[in-house]
Design a protein around this ligand. Structure first.
Ligand code: SF4
Length: 399
């Protein structure tokens, strides 16, 4: 059966609260007239939708669009993704961050080729079984590509549902999280049911076969465009008359995410070493954060950077055997990864009696380095190294 475990989702679902039909109807009507024209919304190809969903994790839509288009141009089929070289994969992902995503994507593509003959599976359980695919992503693929009545719950949907239903408990708590999944499931199941009665309902029907897809995407879209973390645009919201948080003036208080882990400052020093038109760079090892990506020799130092403090001097002495007087400040890059606020200060090193770091190190020309995948911060260092006059002294990377 095309919908795989469809009956599983219809059975065992708790009775739907009275407002669900009105919520679903308003969301579908709103989505029909307000959905953004995103490239992955013009296809039902599960591979293309899968790639978009993985890229969109932790990354904004406008950032993802060119990456997604480039990926599908270079690797148009699941088999292409399964067989791609590691360097090509990482280069296609360069700048998106969270590189475990792309490695899992390839592992999953290989499973699809080996176990499903290269055809993306349609059963929710089989999709969920693929490397790197959790309940949210499996739900997104199965609902958007195959119109299955399976729920999704990401940050945007959590925000919409906690406000809409006035849920004050922390959504990370097990019971509250389960309740949110149940609500999301009830809504998409209702969307599937009204499919059969669309002719009689007042819900706008663009395509009878996209009710579940549209309902789930409407929740995501409402969270992205209207029910935003700050300054929600409630006056433009299609479900404001049904929204508990709006009625009770609790919009800003929800969702209740508890206390956030405090941000932690971390400081790194990187060294740009050039000889005969080549730069010394290294590839990060498997298992490390940003594994397989390239970078300049660097290490974490313990104190805030300012000028050339003893910590940088000690790092240069310990790593390269050079003194502080052999270093010249090149660029400072500030960026954030999860709760870490990272400052990377890069220095050019005057050639001399230096000791070269050996692990995975290689000498590369700037043309060769352009073809390698660097972490975003070290890509900025590279720009400064090859065109120092054009690069700003301090760069702050977007989150
Ligand atoms: Fe969110 Fe406001 Fe709409 Fe409620 S009325 S769902 S708080 S945008």
């Amino acid at each position: 059966m095309r919908w795989g475990n469809f009956s599983l989702y219809l059975e065992g679902v708790t009775p739907q609260p009275r407002n669900h039909p009105a919520i679903v109807s308003r969301l579908l009507n709103w989505f029909a007239g307000n959905a953004r024209d995103l490239p992955w919304r013009r296809t039902r190809d599960p591979y293309a939708i899968w790639v978009s969903e993985i890229m969109l994790q932790q990354t904004q839509v406008k950032t993802v669009i060119p990456f997604w288009e480039c990926w599908l141009r270079e690797l148009p089929t699941i088999a292409d993704a399964a067989n791609a070289q590691s360097d090509q994969l990482h280069k296609l992902w360069e700048g998106l961050g969270y590189y475990t995503r792309v490695r899992n994507l390839q592992k999953a593509a290989q499973v699809i080729v080996q176990q499903h003959g290269g055809k993306f599976p349609e059963s929710f359980a089989e999709v969920l079984d693929l490397p790197g695919i959790g309940r949210y992503t499996a739900g997104a693929i199965c609902s958007i590509a195959f119109n299955q009545p399976v729920p999704i719950l990401d940050g945007n949907v959590i925000r919409v549902l906690t406000r809409l239903f006035g849920i004050a408990e922390n959504p990370k708590e097990k019971d509250t999280n389960a309740r949110l999944w149940t609500l999301a499931e009830q809504l998409v199941v209702h969307a599937a049911r009204i499919r059969q009665h669309a002719a009689k309902s007042r819900t706008r029907v663009k395509d009878e076969n996209d009710r579940c897809s549209s309902l789930n995407q409407s929740l995501m879209e409402l969270g992205a465009l209207v029910c935003t973390p700050r300054n929600a645009r409630c006056r433009h919201c299609p479900v404001r008359r049904l929204c508990v948080a709006f009625r009770e003036n609790r919009v800003e208080a929800l969702p209740n995410l508890g206390r956030r882990a405090p941000a932690t400052a971390r400081h790194f020093a990187a060294f740009v070493i050039e000889q005969g038109g080549k730069f010394l760079v290294r590839q990060r090892p498997s298992g490390a954060v940003n594994a397989h990506l390239w970078e300049f020799p660097n290490l974490e130092i313990g104190a805030p950077l300012s000028g050339l403090p003893t910590t940088v001097a000690a790092a240069a002495e310990g790593m390269l055997g050079v003194a502080a007087r052999d270093l010249s400040p090149l660029v400072t890059v500030k960026h954030s990864i999860t709760r870490y606020r990272i400052t990377l200060e890069a220095f050019t090193v005057r050639p001399g009696q230096m000791r070269f770091p050996q692990e995975s190190a290689a000498w590369k020309t700037s043309a060769q380095m352009r073809r390698l995948a660097f972490t975003s911060a070290h890509r900025r260092v590279l720009h400064a190294a090859v065109a120092p006059s054009a690069a700003p002294r301090i760069t702050v990377l977007p989150r």
